[in-house]
Design a protein around this ligand. Structure first.
Ligand code: ADP
Length: 294
């Protein structure tokens, strides 16, 4: 079960987080007043239309870019830059082609000054966790796309971040490979209980992996819905009764993003007309908690 962290402080807390990019070409409002609270060990999937600010949100949480409004707290401390507690994994695994798998996984530990014996032991442990132990001596060009992502996952896990931020890591993989990686990621998550924030545009993937799916509106990204997924783990196939209904519900939300009364009222007051860009109807934040009891 996911828990609140030390003294009940959420692992991650976003309070009214906004991001506006400013460049010579003008200003882009990427995110608008995001409020989100994440428990320690929780697996959150963020889905939303392309360009709604999902990657931006991960970069802000990772501290790789600065938010322009609101506040981000990790373990109750304000995020003002990168930290070893928050690690961002990209769609492209970006491995070192001149190093074998084992040395790729060990690289970060080496940079952190961990001695060879200790880093070898840790690297082997995570390679086992992602079922890559047999490929420790292989080089990147010898690996499939799925295996490369598993190396990237192992390389992230070996650093023992408390929070793993994953930006569409499986988007380029075929469906079968993705399904296998879903199983392995769940196993790794169950074994390590990391807090994971996972961005995807694949609704099935979100429902399969998440404790909670957070649905974003069109840009500027805002949260339309938070949908708990109460199904037993590990979730081994897409054949659970009812999963199709949940997928349909999220798909409908994405087609017709529904803002909360609070959001809409705020926008009307601000007179910014965001509602013209999305089809708006009035509803309270709703949930389907309890529909899929494990
Ligand atoms: P998503 O991940 O949901 O596809 P992004 O977070 O990549 O969306 O982008 C959100 C919006 O912010 C887009 O309109 C994008 O063009 C813009 N954007 C992203 N990064 C920058 C940047 N560095 N400078 C200016 N605009 C940016």
């Amino acid at each position: 079960m996911a828990n609140f962290g030390l003294y009940g402080v959420p692992k991650l807390m976003l309070k009214g987080v906004s991001k506006t990019y400013a460049s010579a070409r003008g200003r882009t409002d990427a995110l608008h007043k995001i409020d989100l609270s994440v428990k320690s060990g929780e697996f959150i999937c963020i889905v939303g239309p392309s360009g709604c600010g999902k990657s931006t949100l991960l970069k802000l949480i990772a501290g790789l870019d600065a938010h322009t409004g609101g506040e981000i707290l990790a373990d109750g401390r304000r995020v003002s830059g990168p930290g070893t507690d928050r690690l961002l994994m990209f769609q492209e695994p970006a491995l070192f082609p001149w190093l074998n798998v084992l040395h790729n996984v060990e690289f970060g530990l080496k940079m952190a000054g961990i001695n060879e014996k200790e880093r070898r032991a840790k690297a082997l442990q995570v390679l086992e966790l992602v079922n890559l132990l047999k490929f420790g001596n292989a080089y990147v060009h010898e690996l499939s796309g799925g295996m490369k992502q598993k190396v990237a996952l192992a390389r992230a896990l070996v650093m023992e971040p408390q929070m793993l931020l994953m930006d569409e890591p499986f988007a380029a993989l075929d469906a079968q490979t993705r399904a296998t990686l879903h199983e392995e990621l769940q196993q790794a998550w169950l074994a390590t209980k990391k807090t994971i924030i996972f961005v995807t545009h694949n609704i099935e993937e979100a429902v399969r992996l998440a404790d909670r799916v957070v649905v974003f509106s069109n840009r500027p990204g805002r949260i339309c819905r938070e949908i708990p997924v109460n199904m037993a783990r590990p979730r081994e196939s897409y054949s659970y009764a009812g999963i199709a209904g949940l997928i349909e519900e999220i798909a409908a939300e994405l087609k017709n993003p529904v803002l909360t009364e609070q959001d809409t009222a705020r926008e009307e007051l601000r007179g910014e007309g965001y509602s013209q860009k999305v089809s708006v109807s009035y509803t309270a934040h709703s949930s389907v908690a309890g529909r899929f009891q494990s």
